[in-house]
Write a protein that binds this ligand. Structure first.
Ligand SMILES: Nc1ncnc2c1ncn2[C@@H]1O[C@H](COP(=O)(O)OP(=O)(O)OP(=O)(O)O)[C@@H](O)[C@H]1O
Ligand SMILES: [Mg+2]
Length: 287
């Protein structure tokens, strides 16, 4: 087990990459169980392997929480920090080199917390995380509460769906709700048979959105992930599928490259403003 001093030392130390502020990426969905946590954990893994400092913020109440997926034990979570029962450093878990987990208790409890004072207290500690290059937020499924605030603040929002009709309907509802505040949304088609199926489903959603959503919206396909035994078995083994060289890993790396390319294209007006503490400050301002 890493001791407290080491944990922060690694977070504060410089990497080979220039720090350009923190990129916020939210992984969300309409329906549950479509692969958000799998995608969040593996996105974090690939970015960490590439030398970025990555925080994974688990705001999900799903069946397999990120701590389970990452095979670490989270005794305390962000809710304890918000309630001032411990510090943010106490709940941070260094999963592996460059990858930290910020455990959350449940989307219901944390993302729906709307007590300004509580967040303000938390903010004093948040600068610990300002060195992160990426913060990946696993939002949990569904619309509501503070979730839309988090989505609005994120640089990229990735809506995950699988190609079954119920999931597609819920993904569309999520896109419609998010389009009120967000002009750019990305989609990830998970558990598809092949790329054709991903393109077809995405094409249909895009068509319906173009007809029915009145707000200006750019909806893009980030990529797809085939249904794969390598992925489902990795969950059972509590390993990350991207630690192995498989077809699934190749597909996933392709979509991570696309995401990185997009983020690099974005002109950051002021990198120093793109920090974890500022992210929370802006969320608080919305209350
Ligand atoms: N491409 C895939 N191929 C095969 N199995 C997959 C794939 N993606 C996800 N799974 C499986 O689907 C299940 C649900 O995944 P996961 O827990 O990541 O979904 P989730 O959206 O986070 O769920 P929840 O809404 O409950 O939090 C897991 O058992 C996972 O192994
Ligand atoms: Mg989940």
């Amino acid at each position: 087990m890493m001791n407290q001093a080491n944990k922060l030392q690694n977070l504060m130390s410089k990497t080979s990459k220039p720090h350009k502020g923190t990129h916020f990426v939210a992984i969300t969905s309409g329906k549950g169980g479509v692969g958000k946590s799998t995608i969040s954990a593996n996105l974090g893994n690939i970015l960490a392997k590439n030398g970025y400092k990555v925080g994974l913020f688990d705001a999900d109440i799903g069946l397999a929480n990120l701590d389970v997926l990452l095979n670490v034990r989270a005794d305390k979570n962000l809710l304890h920090v918000l309630r001032s029962e411990c510090s943010l450093e106490d709940v941070l878990i260094e999963v592996k080199e460059n990858l930290w987990l910020i455990p959350g208790e449940s989307g219901d409890e944390i993302l729906k917390y709307d007590d300004k004072n509580i967040y303000e207290r938390f903010l004093n500690q948040a600068s610990v995380l300002d060195n992160l290059d990426f913060l990946i937020i696993d939002t949990g499924a569904g619309i509501g509460g503070n979730i839309q605030n988090f989505l609005e603040m994120a640089d990229e929002v990735v809506v995950v769906t699988v190609p079954d009709p119920a999931a597609i309907t819920d993904a569309y509802a999520m896109i419609k709700a998010s389009s009120k505040t967000k002009e750019n949304l990305l989609m990830l088609l998970n558990s598809v048979k092949n790329e054709d199926e991903a393109l077809r489903v995405f094409g249909n959603i895009k068509k319906v959105a173009a007809v029915n959503i009145k707000h200006p919206l750019s909806l893009e396909l980030l990529g797809f992930l085939s249904q794969s035994k390598d992925i489902s078995s990795s969950i059972k083994k509590r390993t990350l599928f991207t630690d192995e060289d498989t077809n699934a890993t190749d597909e996933f790396k392709a979509l991570v490259s696309k995401l990185l390319y997009r983020l690099e294209q974005k002109v950051l007006d002021d990198a120093s403003k793109k920090s974890f503490s500022n992210f929370f400050k802006k969320i608080i301002e919305r209350f």
